[in-house]
Each structure stands twice: as structure tokens, then as C-alpha cells.
Design a protein around this ligand. Structure first.
Ligand code: G3I
Length: 314
């Protein structure tokens, strides 16, 4: 039986997964984690609060552990994430503009430089728009102004000329006001010579509510010269799960996978954990969950077979 990643690779794409340190320490979980997937994203270990908790004091133990796990299993890595309004320490948020810019430059050159040989992608800027399509009112925007986005990409390119540099966000999977804002931002940045290579559609979706414009949306970014990745896929439902919801979820996973398969520039898909045992959903959306293709007991759900079918074009 080929793995999910082998099926994807046969079509020129990858199939990946996000993981945290506690998950790779779970032996039963780690077995499928290391074998079924070809790419890995650290779920938290490369965020600013993990890598530079105090100014100038870098901590790479957690990130190194994930990198070592991925390399031991022949997996490539997506770095996640450099500039985000969450999980960035208070000391950064409170700096005045000139010092914040200097801290960003040092952070990006140190973290990206350290993993220059190990990482193939970086989510440089994460979730910079709100759902209305306005730039998010974050400490980044308030202190540095909107150039913080372009500046982060330049700094990342300087630190690693080969990594593919991504914008990444949720609720931009289909065509809507927020993905329109990205579509315009990308055109502006590219015209200004900002080194952006890709756009990550996070894919935090809801069973029965997959936008019907995912493929069209992927295609329009591809037509701008970008690559596209589905970076954090999960498809949640109201609990408890039942056969009808699981069947709908399978159809939904199949549809998202097919949308990526249909566009050459869609390079791959990453699940945000593979089993309901380690999903972030129930803690943030009480009463919802069962969002991943494997259940809490690490048993594949109907969605697993639907992804396999979509990856093999059947
Ligand atoms: O590490 C601490 C631990 O020391 C403490 O005891 C425990 C108690 O709450 O918290 C632990 O930190 C948690 C961390 O995950 C590591 O498990 C945080 O509370 C928790 O808020 C954090 O949640 C993460 C979330 O981002 C935070 O914004 C999720 O694991 C992570 O999956 C999620 O990922 C994001 C992507 O980065 C961006 N897109 C959306 C996605 C889902 O929210």
C-alpha cells in the first residue's frame, strides 16, 4: 500500500502533517507520523515565543527536535511562522518602532539562517488580514506600518535565498473579501519586487461548508506566478460524530484534495495533526471536533480513503 505522500508524490505533490514535541514523543502516534507523510510543519516549536522568549536569548531545543524527527524519516519541512500577532512575546509587542524593526531583523536572520539547509518553505507572515479584508489591527501594523510585511520577506530572503517564502492565512480557501485582499496584496508586493513565492491556504474548514471556489481561487494565485499550498487542513463538525457526518467529511476532504490536484502550481497539502487525538479544535471551538482523517484511537476514518482516492485520481 503506498502512503499518502507516495500517492501525492506520484502526481508531483507532497502530503504533509503538523506536529508538536509531545506528539513525536507518543510512540504509537509517531509511527504513522513518520511514515505516512512526506513533509512536516512544527505546530508551535518555531513560533517566536518558542524560539526567542527573551530578547536575544534564542531557544532551539523544541524546533531542533522536530527537525531531527523529520530528517530521520526523510521528511521535508515547512517553517511556521516568523511574523504573527499570536504567540509573539510581550517584550516584542512593547518595543518602539525602531527597536521592533531591529528585533524583527535579528529574529528572522537568526531563525531562518539557522535552518537554511533544513527548511524548504517558510510562512513568513501569518494572518495579516482580518475577515473583512482589512489589514489586521495588530501591534505589527500599529507600530511598524504596513511595510512590515514586505520588510519581513526581504529579511527572510536575505537569510535563506532558497526557501520558498509564503503568506499564510485562514478563511482564504475560496473566493471572498479576504482572499481578494490577498490577491491584491500579492500583485502589489510582486510589482514592488518583494520576494514572495507562495500563498498558504490554511484550510480550517467545516463539514458540509467547503467553499465551491477553492480550485478557482488556487488557480488565480497560480496565475500571478505563485505556488499555492494547503497548509493546515482540518474539517471540523459538531460533536458527536455519526456516520452521515463522517461521510460528508470524507466527501469534503476529497473535494479539497481534488482542488489542489487539479492545479499544477498547488504543490501540496498539510494536515494540522493527523488524528483527533491532537487536534486544536475542541479547545477553541467547544462542542466541535472530529476534524482529522484519523480518530482519537488512531484509526482511519472514511476521510482517509477519500483522500487516497483523490490523490490517485479515482
Ligand atoms: O506550552 C504551553 C504549556 O506549557 C502550558 O502548560 C499549556 C497550558 O495551556 O499551554 C501550552 O501552550 C499551548 C500551545 O498551543 C502548545 O500546546 C497554548 O496554550 C495554546 O494556545 C497553543 O495553541 C496553538 C495555537 O496555534 C495558538 O495560537 C495550537 O497548538 C496550534 O495548533 C495553533 O496553530 C494555529 C497556527 O499556528 C496558525 N493558524 C491557526 C492554527 C490553529 O489555531
Amino acid at each position: 500500500e503506498p502512503t499518502l505522500h507516495e500517492l501525492a508524490a506520484a502526481q508531483g505533490k507532497y502530503f504533509g502533517v503538523a506536529a508538536d514535541n509531545n506528539e513525536i514523543a507518543d510512540a504509537a502516534y509517531a509511527e504513522t507520523l513518520g511514515s505516512e507523510f512526506g513533509w512536516m510543519t512544527p505546530g508551535n516549536a518555531m513560533k517566536w515565543d518558542a524560539t526567542e522568549p527573551q530578547q536575544g536569548e534564542f531557544a532551539f531545543d523544541r524546533a531542533d527536535e522536530i527537525v531531527a524527527f523529520a530528517e530521520a524519516n526523510g521528511q521535508k519541512l515547512r517553517g511556521h511562522t516568523l511574523i504573527w500577532h499570536n504567540q509573539t512575546p510581550t517584550w516584542v509587542q512593547e518595543l518602539p518602532a525602531d527597536q521592533m524593526q531591529a528585533a524583527v531583523d535579528e529574529h528572522i536572520s537568526t531563525v531562518v539562517g539557522r535552518y537554511e539547509d533544513q527548511l524548504d518553505h517558510w510562512d513568513v507572515a501569518n494572518e495579516v488580514y482580518d475577515d473583512s479584508g482589512a489589514l489586521r489591527d495588530s501591534f505589527w501594523l500599529r507600530t511598524l506600518g504596513e511595510d512590515y510585511i514586505a520588510d519581513a520577506f526581504h529579511a527572510a530572503r536575505a537569510a535563506d535565498p532558497d526557501a520558498k517564502l509564503y503568506l499564510n492565512d485562514y478563511n482564504i480557501d475560496g473566493i471572498n473579501a479576504k482572499s481578494d485582499a490577498y490577491y491584491e496584496l500579492v500583485q502589489r508586493l510582486l510589482a514592488e519586487g518583494v520576494p514572495i513565492d507562495g500563498i498558504g491556504l490554511q484550510g480550517h474548514l467545516i463539514v458540509g461548508q467547503i467553499p465551491d471556489t477553492v480550485q478557482e481561487n488556487i488557480q488565480r494565485f497560480a496565475d500571478l506566478g505563485l505556488e499555492v499550498a494547503i497548509t493546515e487542513l482540518d474539517i471540523r463538525m459538531e460533536l458527536p460524530a455519526d456516520d452521515a457526518k463522517l461521510a460528508q467529511q470524507a466527501e469534503d476532504y476529497g473535494a479539497v484534495t481534488e482542488a489542489c490536484m487539479a492545479v499544477t502550481e498547488c504543490v501540496g497539502i498539510t494536515l494540522w495533526a493527523y488524528s483527533d487525538k491532537y487536534s486544536w479544535i475542541p479547545s477553541v471551538f467547544p462542542g466541535q471536533g472530529a476534524a482529522l482523517p484519523w480518530d482519537e484511537n488512531l484509526q482511519p476514518k472514511p476521510a482517509y480513503q477519500a483522500i487516497r482516492d483523490a490523490l490517485s485520481g479515482s
